[in-house]
Design a protein around this ligand. Sequence first.
Ligand code: BTN
Length: 263
Amino acid sequence: MSNIGDNKLRTRALGREWVHFDSVDSTNEYIKQRALELENGFVVSADFQSKGRGRRGNSWSTSAGNGLAMSMLIKPYDISTLSCLPLVGALAVQRAVYGLTGLEAAIKWPNDIVLGNKKLCGILCESVQSGDRELYAAICGIGVNIGQTENEFIDAGIEHATSLYLQSEGKCPTAKEFAVSVLNELEPLVDRLIKDGFSSMIEEYARYCITLGKQVKLIYSEEKVQGTAIGIDAKGALLCNIGGKFKAINSGEVSVRGLYGYV
Ligand code: BTN
């Protein structure tokens, strides 16, 4: 294990232990299997994942040389703030994109990063029990499209995806530069989440959240419904107006009008 971040890493714990693989099944799974023995802040990254996991049981493909797959271990972790971690991860990625390219990415609630109305990055947060008592560890896994071309996405059947290469007009960072920047942004945000709660960053999150004010389709009480997204609460839930009633949506797929083919 080594300090892959070199001198650009400004964190206290995140990425101070960092292992990189050419190929692994899933970086989230790697940490999940070893959460007890690994140190807080441990990072694993890979060029290729054979069983990359996405949200809601989807798969996530990371092909060699084109993307960043990275997972971080945060422990101990207060499980009551787990619902906010994907949103905090999204803020960190949003800031990293801006810092490295000057591009203002949007966030599709809860944690897709969107550039040019297409998906640049997905985040999968998971938790594991990290002791024999009620002690938990959180795993924050980030998959970013870095160098893919339009044709690669078309061939893979994911036309709603984009990459930093496609969006940044020559200012495309390397996967390592991007990873270091995300870690530098994420650590202070997680510290703030733990100390002051998510309400302390709702304003910043809402500024970039492309879902707000839009018509959305979602599953509520096992039914497909339409509504309007109107806000984010202190637990990271999406507040929606559904037929005149205000509901807090905690999880599940939310399609946003104007994005990823919802017209
Ligand atoms: C999504 O469905 O949008 C979330 C995708 C998350 C993918 C990342 S890649 C690194 C980490 N390891 C995994 O197996 N999944 C996450």
